[in-house]
Write a protein that binds this ligand. Structure first.
Ligand code: FAD
Length: 602
């Protein structure tokens, strides 16, 4: 079987860089140890090899579709939901008392990396079910928890998140789905939701939709949005009966074709019941819990698809003979045997780019997940700090893999030459599959507005201060090694540049020119996330260097040397890009803001 991810790299990040076993010291995770984490990761890999990877192409070639009122998906979806229910992975991070396993999020994300690299069309079915059940557990009544979550955690019932409407995508303040109190504690739900992932198919008995809607008379905007549990079928004695949720269609897409994307109509017959989750008009706040988790999930999926593409490109580059190396005297010996692609510097550049992006992205995602765990179960006095760090990293952890993962797959496709464009090779599918990542769960534009408009300034810049201290720690550790000092210096300069650029932009906000402040938020995202990935690379290189110097190596010497080499690549080819981005961000002209009486974009 072809390689699609590296267990060695995953273990390096989890154990050697993040020391994830530190979590086993905490009360919440005390039943785990390094060995049990490794057993879980190994069994996830065995399962992904056997069940998920072999169906990747099949799901692309036989897409989910709508036929005679039903959504047809590949049967493996049913198998994975049942298996996930049986092995406990849907509720793996939940508390013991609700039937969960109290597994750290960091390990769950490691497992998700393995399965998404194997097949990115399947994981979302169980992932959304997990997110929806978690939301009910955290904000729902005891009755709702008992009615819905046990079957969701068993994989018998599926969960979804229903935010988007035809007229309300990024701007949720415009949703119009209505909720009218019936008088028995339930609400009559009416409206349409589009693009609902995993919204219907034949392999689960019921679909538990977490729906954002507006209670009659609620204030306009996001302050009037509430959250409801709306099952496709409601419980009637021992049976299930229709709850007037109609599936009107399944969107046909350019990628991730095995993951159905449904159009749902609630209450066409005025007989759709929903139950409030959390307080009235606080639905968006509750939903953010699921959205934040889903943003990390999307980042992981993006990093994983790009990782699978890297390994496919690497294998191809090793096998494909093409051309000859240029000899030291500058000539090619036409009579010599062809060399393989991997020996050409430009191919090596593209492979290193893929590696630098994918491993850097994975490190950032696992770092964010560790902060997540520490924010929930770490020492009481540090929880807020870790929560702030998670909040700050989340938009970057979603966006960098989604955007740069695409760049990375593009480089991989180039390595395949013409074959990269053809369906018998996997790169064209990965290229199509990853495209959705920068669109759903908040587009790149929206994530960037969140990063610059909210996260860097929240709590008077507290999260930025925490992050700066973390970066300083990394710089200090790297500076202990002579041959890493130069890179430590580069990250220090980048960090100073970030501070200066941010100060420059903040002046606009302080002067009340918010549109100018935020106008280049997406450029800022590119800029800051490149620095964040530089931070992760220096961290990885320092750990690798320590292993080489102390001889305490858990992997081959080559593994650690390659880590350092890839860090050097990132610092030569990627990190310097921040200075041109900074120039753009600080440029006095503002060319994108709409001006009265000017029709530049006619
Ligand atoms: C395959 C797929 C699966 C999905 N799954 C789900 C799901 O399970 N549940 C769910 O609720 N939704 C789901 N969605 C919907 C998805 O989250 C939305 O498509 C996304 O939020 C963007 O909304 P939109 O498509 O209406 O685009 P728009 O909001 O119209 O955005 C179009 C463009 O304008 C930009 N833009 C919008 N507002 C601003 C602004 N104020 N400032 C600057 N730029 C702006 C955006 O960044 C984007 O580039 C899914 C979508 C797809 C395609």
């Amino acid at each position: 079987m072809a390689d699609y991810m590296s267990m060695d790299n995953l273990r390096f990040i989890l154990h050697e860089m993040l020391d994830v076993s530190q979590l086993c010291e905490l009360e919440r995770h005390k039943d785990y140890d390094k060995e049990s984490f490794d057993i879980l990761l190994d069994s996830a890999k065995t399962y992904a090899d056997k069940v998920m990877f072999p169906t990747l192409k099949e799901m692309d070639e036989a897409p989910a579709h709508y036929k005679d009122g039903k959504v047809i998906v590949h049967p493996v979806v049913g198998q994975v939901m049942r298996d996930a229910g049986e092995n406990g992975s849907i509720g793996s991070t939940f508390d013991y008392e609700v039937g969960g396993m109290q597994l750290p999020n960091t390990i769950a994300v490691g497992v998700a990396h393995i399965s998404s690299a194997a097949n990115n069309s399947i994981g979302g079915y169980a992932g959304l079910t997990s997110g929806a059940a978690h939301l009910i557990i955290n904000f729902g009544s005891q009755d709702l928890i008992e009615t819905y979550t046990p079957k969701m955690m068993k994989g018998e019932w599926a969960g979804t998140m229903c935010l988007t409407e035809p007229q309300a995508g990024s701007s949720l303040s415009d949703i119009t789905t209505s909720a009218t109190p019936v008088g028995d504690g339930s609400y009559r739900i009416k409206g349409q939701k589009i693009f609902i992932s995993g919204g219907d198919h034949e392999h689960c008995d019921n679909f538990i939709h977490l729906v954002l809607a507006r209670i009659d008379g609620a204030p306009a905007g996001t302050k009037g949005i509430s959250l409801f549990v709306v099952p496709k079928k409601r419980i009637s004695g021992d049976d299930l009966e229709s709850n007037d949720v109609l599936t009107a269609g399944d969107f046909q897409k350019m990628g991730q074709k095995g993951y159905c994307t449904t159009h749902l109509v609630f209450g066409e017959q005025d007989d759709c019941k929903g139950w409030l989750v959390g307080p009235q008009n606080k639905g968006l706040k509750c939903m953010f819990q699921m959205m934040n988790g889903a943003r990390i999930d999307v980042g992981v999926t993006a990093a994983s698809v790009a990782t699978a593409a890297y390994y496919a490109s690497l294998q191809y580059a090793k096998e494909r003979p093409q051309g000859r190396r240029i000899l030291a005297n500058g000539v090619k010996n036409a009579e010599a045997e062809q060399t393989t692609l991997i020996n050409h510097p430009d191919i090596r550049r593209m492979l290193l780019l893929q590696r630098a992006i994918t491993e850097g992205a994975l490190a950032l995602l696992l770092q964010a997940s560790l902060y997540h765990d520490l924010s929930e179960a770490g020492p009481e006095e540090d929880r807020e700090k870790y929560h702030d760090l998670l909040e700050l990293l989340t938009p970057m952890a979603k966006t960098y893999p989604s955007e740069m993962g695409r760049t990375s797959i593009n480089a991989g496709l180039q390595i395949f030459g013409g074959y990269g464009f053809c369906t018998e090779f996997p790169l064209e599918q990965y290229y199509r599959d990853i495209r959705i990542m920068s669109l759903y769960e908040g587009t790149t534009g929206i994530q960037s507005l969140d990063l610059l408009g909210r996260k860097v300034t929240m709590k008077h810049g507290a999260a930025m201060k925490h992050l700066t201290l973390e970066v300083i720690e990394t710089i200090k550790a790297a500076s202990n090694y002579d041959d890493l000092k130069v890179y430590a210096g580069q990250l220090k300069n980048a960090s100073k540049d970030l501070e200066a650029t941010l100060m420059h932009l903040l002046k606009f906000a302080m002067e009340g020119d918010h549109e100018r402040y935020i106008a280049d938020a997406t450029v800022f995202m590119d800029y800051m996330s490149t620095i964040a990935i530089g931070w992760q690379w220096l961290k990885m290189a320092t750990v690798a260097k320590t292993a080489l110097v102390t001889g305490n190596m858990k992997r081959s010497e080559g593994f650690y040397e390659n880590k350092i080499h890839t860090m050097r690549f990132f610092f030569k080819y990627e990190l310097p890009k921040i200075y041109s981005l900074a120039e753009t961000l600080k440029h006095p002209e503002s060319l994108t803001i709409l001006e009265e009486n000017k029709t530049v974009l006619a």
